[in-house]
Write a protein that binds this ligand. Sequence first.
Ligand SMILES: NC(=O)c1ccc[n+]([C@@H]2O[C@H](COP(=O)([O-])OP(=O)(O)OC[C@H]3O[C@@H](n4cnc5c(N)ncnc54)[C@H](OP(=O)(O)O)[C@@H]3O)[C@@H](O)[C@H]2O)c1
Length: 304
Amino acid sequence: MKYLNIGTAPAASAVSLGCMRMAGLDEKRVDAIMDCALENGINFFDHADIYGGGQSEVLFGEYLKRHAGVRDKIIIQTKCAIRNGQYDFSKEHILSAVEGSLKRLGVDCVDFLLLHRPDTLMEPEEVAEAFDELESAGKVRQFGVSNHNAMQIELLKTAVRQPLKVNQLQFSVTEAGMVTSGMNVNMKNADSVMHDGGFLEYSRIRKITIQTWSPFQHGFFGGNFVDNKDFPELNAKLAEIGDRYGLSKTGTAAAWILRHPANMQLIAGTMNPDHLSDVCKAADVTLSRTEWYEIYRAAGHCLP
Ligand SMILES: NC(=O)c1ccc[n+]([C@@H]2O[C@H](COP(=O)([O-])OP(=O)(O)OC[C@H]3O[C@@H](n4cnc5c(N)ncnc54)[C@H](OP(=O)(O)O)[C@@H]3O)[C@@H](O)[C@H]2O)c1
């Protein structure tokens, strides 16, 4: 496993386990996926108050209760601010959402709190008050955002004192807008449209870690692109390059993300231990520049 410096001690595993799909698992399956994560060197776990209506955090909290000593070795992240068909960055909502997560997880504090999706009605001063209270009460150690563009982060920073250390965004070889727009600058084609406000470059300048959600999904939860008949060229290329490194196709798609010098942290959502072990192997492989571009083009992207 490779580890990233995002201001935590210990350093954060480059592959994190996203717990969105944990809701609904029985105790045996929770133990299996968690044990597999820890055995593979994963120490970073991503949650949100809304995953499974709170059930994912509950199951995770029960795992921690059954396994004394694990809490102190891992980094727990949760997200808040999506509720009832709206986004809510009010101080009152942020504070109560964190209380709910702490209770469900059965912990005194979370290591990271992210604002899940930007609330256009945000008042940066209110967010700042909430963050200050959570930090001084020892309930949240560090802060970040999710699905934000660069200017939205700058807006928050007009009042928020704490560094915003991470931004969680959808990114995969098929959903690669972040790199594609940057390679189509000054063009008039659809690929030149920047959908995220230049976040990739901004994050590298500001030392913000990009966490990649849905690393193996096409579209917005369109299903896995691995072994998907709609992506024959991509699957053939993932298999060909994966063979060189002893990686599965999924592992190769993970290595493609981890190869980027922005040092992204991959958030894997599988609840299958074999699949998770495949993904983790990618952290020990560095694809060549040529391999990276071959996979990118096999996904259907064109270079101008
Ligand atoms: N910030 C946001 O807005 C946002 C949005 C969505 C997700 N997230 C975070 O990102 C995490 C990952 O999202 P995701 O679950 O959509 O990502 P993903 O890892 O791309 O997809 C996981 C899904 O792919 C399936 N899959 C099928 N074959 C697989 C294989 N060979 N290897 C791996 N997975 C395979 C998994 O099923 P099996 O379990 O059977 O393997 C699972 O249903 C979430 O848990 C959550 O923490 C954040």
